[in-house]
Design a protein around this ligand. Structure first.
Ligand code: HEC
Ligand code: HEC
Ligand code: HEC
Ligand code: HEC
Ligand code: HEC
Length: 328
């Protein structure tokens, strides 16, 4: 496989933003067939991990437009370290990392997670190679590792109270599914239990696996049932900028009659309320149907910044419901 050395920063940024409808991947951005060039040249021997990681939000953590906006163009110093960290193994899991000097646009890269103070790479597989020193570390991939950065927004507290809370590998079991394949290129490399590095979170596939949606027209109202069946924390989770919106639009023919939105958000700092969907929670949202309505379109939108327009939201779910005979 050809390695393009100028695979750059802009590609990482764009990949992370592909959820926004108004962004498209430019033809010059070699995503499909080429590899990101990361610190430590890991991509030359670990192409699968590199390709997956490039699509992850970890790769976008520094270039994310909502991060840039909320950190006042990255001038708030306290905001920067987790979004472009030194290797977390240097201070140890549970300690907030330091901001690194080089290659910040790569966000949370391979070295941020894998490299220790001696330059060895940690994992759980116990492999030995001439390519680089490895360390078998049973703590690697545990909730304690992810908590190093993710505990600040309560994700880990919610996790511990959830049905999965006792599993020391709960985060990776949902967010890094196992695939059997060789983990490095080269002759005769054995098939191992590898973990997908896309770190999928707020994507349509993950949301629809985690939250069961059921929509039923009932006389003059539409009943939207949501049940959190496989999410080990609130929906959404993260800083209070991140919100989910349940939106219902009513139509007569092609004409939009009205729109109703319900916000799932942590508003503790604004009005003391927290309307996020809790692990295991079942919620029913009832929306009055306008008399003329023939059709409803229900969407679940995810925004990384509540101040951004709806057009920039990622659509996690969309369902059309015929209402003929229900309304008037
Ligand atoms: C020259 C090739 C090469 C390069 C470059 C390389 N690796 Fe590796 N790596 C390997 C091989 C070979 C293995 C062992 C594969 C096996 O035994 O199945 C390995 C194993 C690993 C493991 C598994 C550790 C364990 O036992 O759980 C990790 C993690 C890892 N590498 C991370 C990295 C990172 C991060 C980089 C870049 C900073 C990197 N590697 C660069 C070849 C390479
Ligand atoms: C060095 C800090 C750090 C560590 C360690 C870390 N993360 Fe993250 N993670 C982040 C940041 C920052 C973001 C947000 C990136 C963005 O969207 O700008 C994020 C985003 C995510 C997302 C969100 C995807 C989405 O769709 O919004 C998932 C899932 C995730 N991390 C899982 C994990 C798991 C699992 C672990 C442990 C193996 C882990 N993270 C370890 C900092 C970290
Ligand atoms: C947010 C932290 C994080 C980042 C960033 C990250 N990894 Fe990993 N990596 C993990 C975890 C967690 C595991 C799985 C540990 C376990 O449970 O075995 C893993 C496993 C691996 C393994 C062992 C084989 C496999 O696929 O499971 C390799 C090789 C590896 N990573 C390479 C990389 C490379 C190369 C990059 C950058 C392109 C990278 N990692 C980025 C956390 C990370
Ligand atoms: C039982 C499965 C499960 C477990 C356990 C789990 N998650 Fe999730 N996570 C999900 C699902 C499903 C989503 C997508 C729901 C959504 O859109 O918010 C998600 C979304 C996320 C997101 C993106 C959230 C957002 O709203 O932008 C992050 C970050 C995340 N998880 C981190 C973690 C961390 C860290 C842990 C461990 C403490 C963890 N998750 C444990 C299933 C799980
Ligand atoms: C301790 C580590 C840490 C620090 C410090 C931190 N973040 Fe984050 N940030 C994260 C993690 C982890 C996520 C992923 C949370 C999620 O999606 O659940 C995240 C996600 C975000 C997101 C949503 C995803 C995106 O990039 O669009 C924004 C916005 C953000 N952070 C802004 C900030 C701002 C502003 C500050 C400073 C006030 C800050 N962060 C400080 C760890 C950190």
């Amino acid at each position: 496989m050809k390695v393009i050395s100028n695979w750059g920063v802009s590609c990482v940024a764009l990949l992370g933003l592909m959820g926004f409808a108004w962004r498209t991947t430019p033809a010059s951005c070699p995503i499909e067939n080429d590899l990101p060039k990361v610190r430590g040249d890991c991509q030359t021997c670990h192409p699968n991990e590199a390709k997956d990681w490039a699509q992850s939000r970890h790769a976008a953590a520094w270039e994310s437009d909502s991060f840039i906006a909320t950190s006042r163009n990255r001038s708030l110093k306290m905001c920067l370290p987790c979004h472009a960290p030194e290797p977390i193994l240097v201070k140890g899991f549970g300690e907030h990392p330091e901001l690194r000097a080089e290659e910040r646009p790569h966000g949370i890269d391979c070295i941020s997670c894998h490299q220790d103070a001696n330059g060895a790479y940690h994992g759980t597989l116990g492999t030995k190679t001439d390519a680089h020193p490895t360390v078998k570390n049973e703590k690697f991939g545990t909730v304690d590792m992810c908590a190093t950065c993710h505990e600040v927004f309560g994700t880990v507290d919610w996790y511990k109270q959830s049905a999965w809370g006792k599993d020391p590998n709960g985060c990776v079991n949902c967010h890094m599914p196992v695939v059997e394949r060789p983990i490095a290129t080269g002759e005769g490399m054995p098939v191992r239990k590898a973990r997908v590095h896309k770190f999928e979170g707020a994507t349509p596939a993950m949301f629809q696996k985690g939250v069961k949606m059921e929509i039923t027209p009932r006389e003059d109202q539409l009943q939207i049932k949501m049940e959190s069946v496989e999410v080990g924390h609130t929906v959404p989770t993260g800083p209070e900028y991140v919100v989910v919106i349940v939106e219902t639009r009513f139509f007569k023919g092609e004409t939009e009659l009205s729109k109703r939105q319900t916000l799932l958000a942590d508003n503790t700092a604004i009005d003391g309320s927290d309307t996020r969907l809790k692990p295991g929670e079942r919620r029913v949202i009832r929306v009055p149907v306008p008399p003329e309505a023939e059709k409803a379109v229900v969407r679940v939108l995810h925004k990384r910044n509540r101040d951004f327009p709806d057009e920039q939201a990622r659509v996690l779910y969309e369902q059309e419901v015929a209402l003929t005979g229900q309304g008037a």
